[in-house]
Design a protein around this ligand. Structure first.
Ligand code: P6P
Length: 342
């Protein structure tokens, strides 16, 4: 494509600015900071095998998970970039127990929740990883930002997106006006519009779940897994099983091709493993904007009122008809609890 026809992320955001009521350009400045951080982390991810940034950082995060060096680097880079934007009062991060109140920006109107490097267990084995972000506007009545401003339902997000550091580096986001994907052109270091108006197929042929935990799955989930594996020509079953172990990579494939990703309650994670604020909510906003669905198994993810910054919820997300089928099996089977709690 001749460069004259390329639409960069920067240009796209400016063009959309008036549409998503960002007249002052604040949200655009946040996106510019996210874009810069994404380029820096992309550079570090791409050279991870060459310099001493692989392996563990020797500390654990709020969830007792071993922090990889790249986790810490990505966290520092995104928090610094968002703070420097001058538009963000609070940053919530998977890597920080407490919210980061940005000095000098206590009255700014935006809050950003991030998973700085999702899929970090894949870093050392060169599988796709990524950054997930979720943006809220604060309640204008509160002059100074507080923790209470963070506890908003996912349906109140003003924007959400992710950067996937895969075979290419892509930034996919929504501001509630549909979903668009931008691929990083390394030669000019620009994210260029490559996947306009993404729509997820209503029915897919892929299911993503860690079947290693099958014995723990709630009855309805076991039933749905058996349904996916049963032979039935009319409904293109058995579906293909694809599980990368990186939410971003499994989600991105299903978003483009159709499919369902499930992280249900297990014995080790009775509320599921994925976090509401910076994994489930942003991915749910994106999938709904692309025509898909996202449920905890009991309710729409975007309707969950957060009780804790790092709370986990079960996640059934992807093609609308597949999520409907999975949730109907759960409801018919009764309580959504892991096998050990039955
Ligand atoms: P499991 C990565 O650690 C992550 O948070 C998600 O990206 C991924 O989908 C999930 O955990 C994988 O978890 O228990 O199947 O290894």
């Amino acid at each position: 494509m001749p460069y004259s026809q390329i639409i960069t992320l920067e240009q796209f955001i400016v063009d959309q600015q008036s549409l998503y009521k960002d007249a002052g350009g604040s949200l655009s400045r946040i996106f510019r900071s996210l874009e810069l951080a994404a380029k820096v982390v992309n550079r570090d991810v791409r050279k991870a095998g060459l310099v001493d940034i692989l392996g563990n950082h020797g500390a654990t995060n709020t969830h007792g998970e071993e922090q990889k060096k790249l986790d810490v680097i990505a966290n520092d880079v995104f928090i610094a970039a968002l703070s420097k934007s001058g538009e963000v009062s609070i940053v919530i991060s998977e890597e920080n127990d407490e919210p980061v109140f940005v000095e000098g920006c206590e009255e700014e109107k935006y809050i950003v929740a991030i998973d700085p490097l999702d899929g970090s267990s894949n870093i050392d084995v060169n599988a796709s990883i990524g950054t997930i972000f979720s943006i809220y506007r604060r309640n204008a009545a509160n002059k100074v930002a507080s923790l209470a401003d963070c506890m908003q339902k996912g349906k109140h997000q003003v924007a959400a997106g992710y950067i996937i550091y895969g075979s290419s580096t892509m930034l996919v986001y929504t501001t509630g006006l549909g979903v668009n994907g931008f691929t990083l052109d390394d030669s000019i270091q620009e994210f260029c519009l490559s996947h306009p108006k993404i729509q997820i197929p209503s029915q897919g042929k892929v299911f993503s779940i860690n079947e290693g935990n099958y014995a723990d799955f709630p009855e309805g989930v076991q039933e749905y897994v058996q349904y996916c594996k049963a032979k039935d020509k009319e409904t293109n079953r058995p579906y293909g099983a694809r599980y990368i172990g990186s939410l971003i990579a499994d989600f991105h494939r299903n978003l483009l091709k159709g499919g369902i990703f499930i992280y249900p309650p297990t014995e080790k994670t009775p509320n599921g493993k994925l976090r509401l604020m910076y994994e489930c909510n942003p991915m749910s906003f994106i999938v709904e904007q692309a025509g898909g669905k996202s449920s905890t198994g009991k309710m729409r993810v975007l309707d969950v009122l957060p009780e804790d910054l790092h709370q986990r919820v079960p996640l059934f997300i992807g093609s609308a008809e597949m999520v409907d089928m999975a949730v109907s099996m759960l409801n018919n089977a009764g309580e959504l609890v892991a096998a050990d709690a039955r």
